[in-house]
Ligand binder design. Structure first.
Ligand SMILES: Cc1ncc(COP(=O)(O)O)c(C=O)c1O
Length: 395
């Protein structure tokens, strides 16, 4: 057989998928593993897509996406965050943030370029850099530093080959957010060194404390920022595969070229649904965020109670407790917990440097399942002899 691409062969499969596959083959598993809403897409949004199909709207759209949707996206960013984009030339509708990240990297990177990536972070950032032929440079962050990079760390990692910095706050897997001031420091650093800033803000609406800062709205940010966002999380639309990229016109034009040859356009039904989401989806978003917020408090309190130290995440729908006390690696912990107690979590090392010693527990699941998972985890910790005081919890 002819050989495969070296880059594709060398990229390891996602550490998240492996655990999903094992869990899916087992019975009676309580899953805190999945990073997607347990809600279905609100009815009004589904209905808009059904109605557009009934009217026979099944064609391609503009490569950029429908202008009505792009105008709504620009309006939404302007009203909510004071981030200004021209819907004609600075907004591209994509097949989710996943596609957005891929074409962003391919549009800005040349072989040999380096990209700074604060970790732990979402699993696709590094592979997208590698697939673009460039080199990811990991920067480990810690719970003590709020799981965000310091400017000193960025300064220590930069070389003359550094082209961009990629991050996403609120963060998957840590749930961390960064203050406006800290984000401004990162943008100032990027401006000082003429770097692109690629900001994945897919969890913007799932911010529980204070308000979300859109990186593109910061001083000196617009001309170097590639803003990625989408409908998957806030509107419970993971299966629709719809998102968007905003960037200065010349940067966006490069992305549109790649998008037009590889994707052509996002599906028209998903675009129709996204229009409805932006027009009338707000009440549903607020309702779902209210549920996540309640679950967040329950799971974090529960994890701390059973002995796994966990900071209160400010956004997204993940708790990221430390399992260091157990003496197990995050993979050992996740595997044993799955096989012995049938609770699925994701080992922290799947998310890069700084993830080891933690597990990611998604609370995008019903409260009774969270309670059951906590009960089983307490029993597991007792079995592996973590703490005596567990008697009281498990009894
Ligand atoms: C941080 C982050 N970015 C991007 C994605 C993928 O988003 P999309 O469904 O828009 O491709 C995910 C999905 O889990 C995510 O957690």
């Amino acid at each position: 057989m002819p050989s495969l691409s070296k880059i594709a062969s060398d990229i390891p499969p996602s550490g998240i998928r492996r655990f999903f596959d094992i869990a899916a083959s087992m019975k009676d598993v309580v899953s805190l593993g999945v990073g997607e809403p347990d809600f279905v897409t609100p009815w009004g949004i589904r209905e808009a897509a059904i109605y557009s199909l009934e009217r026979g709207q099944t064609s391609y759209t503009s490569n950029y996406g429908m202008i009505e949707l792009r105008r709504l996206i620009a309006q939404h960013l302007d009203l909510r965050y004071d981030a200004t984009y021209d819907p004609d030339h600075e907004v591209l509708v994509t097949v989710g943030v996943s596609e957005g990240m891929d074409i962003a990297m391919r549009a800005i990177l040349n072989p040999g370029d380096e990209v700074l990536i604060p970790e732990p972070c979402y699993v696709s950032y590094k592979p997208c850099v590698l697939l673009a032929g460039a080199t990811p440079v990991s920067i480990g962050t810690t719970a003590q530093a709020g799981f965000g990079p310091t400017v000193d760390q960025l300064r220590a990692a930069i070389t003359h080959r550094t082209k961009a910095i990629v991050f996403g706050f609120p963060s998957n897997p840590t749930g961390a957010t960064l203050s406006r001031e800290r984000l401004q420091e990162i943008v100032d650093f990027a401006a000082e060194h003429d770097l692109f800033v690629v900001s994945d803000e897919i969890y913007d609406r799932l911010t529980y404390e204070g308000s979300h800062t859109c990186v593109a709205s910061l001083d000196n940010a617009h001309e170097r920022t590639i803003l990625l966002n989408g409908f998957s999380k806030a509107y419970a639309m993971t299966g629709w595969r719809i998102g968007y990229v905003c960037a200065p016109a010349d940067v966006l034009a490069a992305m549109v070229k790649i998008h037009s040859y590889t994707i052509m356009c996002a599906p028209i039904m998903a675009q129709k649904a996204a229009i409805e989401a932006l027009l009338r989806g707000e009440t549903a978003v607020e309702d779902m965020v209210g549920h996540y917020n309640r679950r967040r408090r329950v799971i974090v309190e529960g994890l701390n109670e059973i002995g796994l130290t966990c900071h209160l995440p400010q956004g997204a729908f993940y708790a990221f407790p430390s399992i260091k006390k157990t003496g197990l690696t995050s993979e050992e912990f996740a595997e044993k917990l799955l096989f012995e107690e049938r609770v699925a979590v994701v080992p922290g090392n799947a998310f890069g440097i700084g993830g080891e010693g933690h597990i990611r527990c998604s609370y995008a699941t019903a409260l009774d399942k969270i309670d059951e998972a906590l009960y089983r985890m307490a029993r597991f910790l007792k079995k592996i002899g973590l703490q005596e005081e567990l008697e009281a919890v498990v009894a």
